[in-house]
Design a protein around this ligand. Structure first.
Ligand code: AMP
Ligand code: MG
Length: 520
């Protein structure tokens, strides 16, 4: 069973809300409230991450009552944390863990510390007007995508389990006045901590500088062992590191085509992890203005192409929250500048790998290919994942025929018939330019490197939706198959061609298959 960390944990080190009931309230002067999960009627494990189970030293039979919120064994003191946030650019006041309850902090078998959290485990003081629960569809999506992102090499919170509660949850899925009961579920999430930008913003906005300082000291002491929180440059160094990690995270999102969908500051991890999987999506047709979140459609604030700029804006909100802790705000402004440098360097390196350029290729060489490609792809519907994956197999001989050049990337095109006239000429010209840039390398070595940088399988919304539809009918096979294949996203797997396919036409406008509402 879990190796609990008591002393030195978030909950034992920082001030707790003295009230103990779950009733909704504004919580002042505390970073968290003690609150137990609310039991559910007939829990059942629907999916399990063996990898995470091993790290935590736990198996699904032992864990079910705990992971359903039906048992709180001795030594566990569950709590919900207090944070605020900027939502869609506006300060939203106190938010907090409205349906997430931290069970404990534990030491993993790898020696690392982990916070183990249930999402959908019942009301907390932060539930505001909502029920503290989560539906199966959104929980399945979070479980599946967190583990898939880890396998893709993208920094992320992890998921241990997906548990059906046996109870229904009422949701108005389309926000059109038609609430309906849906099956409920609980995901057990795992991360070094779930501390968000918003945990710092709330005490800062409230002027509670003592609490802000305590949270800073604790966070740095616990998770940044190479920084002494009392040192004069501690805030600057810590914020610089967060800017760096966030830039690296964003470069990863952009290289795999992940669109978070709700980049509010309460959904930004100080560890630079992908956190809070909601109406996320994968860029299928390469369109930088695409957002998976129907609530975001009016302004497309959180569309693919805006994500780096939004991350930077979110960092500037965190920087503002930290100003009471520094003598000179200039140091925070300087730190923020690190974001752009790190992001540019990371994307150039990562896209250089995706394009199969030599490791020492100068940034200009990457840009010279990338800029025209990013102009070319949005001109018709081209699947981002399949285009990059296919590129490795494009012939590099200078006399390759046009059809031979195009053949490996054709499966990426929604309508190959669109690839004619100017577009066909420009595409073949670009492919020849690419071929000239890479042809001197050993072809097998280059293909191998490109396949390690360009995933074949990503958790496309319509694939997740098929797994959801089946799971709601009691069939878990599609979910387990998808989970298994996504665990090795860069390796072709027998009989899994349908999971590496372009979005089918039936999925174009089907709810959940392309865009989603925030209802969860
Ligand atoms: P999100 O945009 O999903 O990250 O959620 C924003 C805020 O709403 C967070 O404070 C959540 O805890 C809270 N929240 C979302 N759904 C629920 C729910 N069903 N019950 C209680 N709180 C919720
Ligand atoms: Mg959230």
């Amino acid at each position: 069973m879990f190796d609990l960390i008591g002393e030195g944990s978030f909950a034992e080190s920082l001030p707790a809300d003295p009230a103990r009931a779950a009733g909704v309230r504004q919580v002042q002067g505390a970073t968290h409230s003690w609150v137990a999960p609310t039991p559910v009627s007939s829990p059942r494990v629907l999916a399990w991450s063996d990898a995470m189970g091993e790290v935590l030293g736990i198996n699904s039979d032992q864990a079910l009552p705990l992971l359903a919120g039906n048992a709180v064994p001795d030594g566990f003191k569950p709590y919900a944390t207090c944070y605020g946030g900027h939502q869609f650019g506006n300060w939203a006041g106190q938010l907090g863990d409205g349906r997430a309850i931290n069970l404990a902090e534990v030491r993993g078998t790898d020696g690392q510390r982990y916070e183990v959290q249930l999402k959908g485990a019942g009301p907390t003081p932060y539930s505001r007007t909502a029920d503290g629960r989560a539906v199966l569809r959104s929980s399945l999506r979070e479980f599946l995508c967190s583990e898939a992102m880890h396998a893709l090499g993208v920094p992320t919170t992890r998921a241990l389990s997906l548990v059906a509660t046996g109870d229904t949850v009422v949701r108005d899925m389309f926000y059109d006045g038609n609430p309906a009961p849906e099956p409920g579920a609980i995901v057990c999430r795992v991360a070094p901590s779930f501390i968000r930008f918003g945990n710092f913003e709330l005490p800062a906005v409230r002027g509670d500088h003592a609490l802000l300082r305590q949270l800073f000291d604790y966070t740095v002491n616990t998770h940044w062992p190479d920084i002494d929180p009392q040192a004069p440059d501690a805030v600057e160094r810590w914020f610089t590191d967060i800017c760096r990690r966030t830039a690296t995270l964003l470069a990863h999102w952009m290289r795999v085509g992940f669109v978070h969908g709700v980049m509010n500051t309460d959904n930004m991890s100080v560890h630079g992890l992908t956190i809070d999987y909601g109406p996320y999506g994968w860029l299928e047709p390469f369109d930088p203005s695409w957002t998976p979140n129907t609530t975001d459609l009016p302004g497309r604030r959180y569309c693919y192409g805006n994500q780096p700029a939004i991350a930077q804006w979110n960092l500037s909100r965190l920087g503002s929250a930290l100003t009471p802790l520094v003598d000179d705000v200039q140091v925070l402004q300087d730190a923020l500048a690190v974001f752009a440098n790190q992001y540019t360097g990371d994307t150039q390196r990562q896209f250089g790998q995706k394009l199969g350029l030599p490791e020492d290729a100068p940034p200009d060489a990457v840009d010279a290919l990338l800029k025209p490609l990013f102009d070319l792809l949005p001109r018709t519907e081209v699947d981002m994942t399949l285009f990059f994956r296919g590129l490795a197999d494009v012939p590099t001989a200078q006399d390759a025929a046009e059809d031979a050049l195009l053949a490996p990337v054709l499966p990426a095109y929604y309508d190959a018939g669109m690839l004619r006239d100017d577009l066909r000429a420009d595409t073949t010209a670009w492919l020849r330019q690419w071929a000239r840039a890479v042809h001197e390398q050993d072809a097998e070595t280059r293909k191998h490197a490109m396949n390690a940088a360009n995933p074949l399988y990503v958790p496309r919304n319509w694939l997740a939706q098929q797994a959801i539809d089946a799971a709601e009918q009691g069939n878990l096979d599609p979910l387990h198959r998808l989970q298994r294949v996504l665990a090795q996203p860069y390796t072709p797997q027998d009989g899994a061609d349908d999971l590496a396919a372009r979005r089918p036409e039936w999925a174009r406008n089907k709810p959940g298959c392309s865009a989603l509402s925030c209802s969860s």
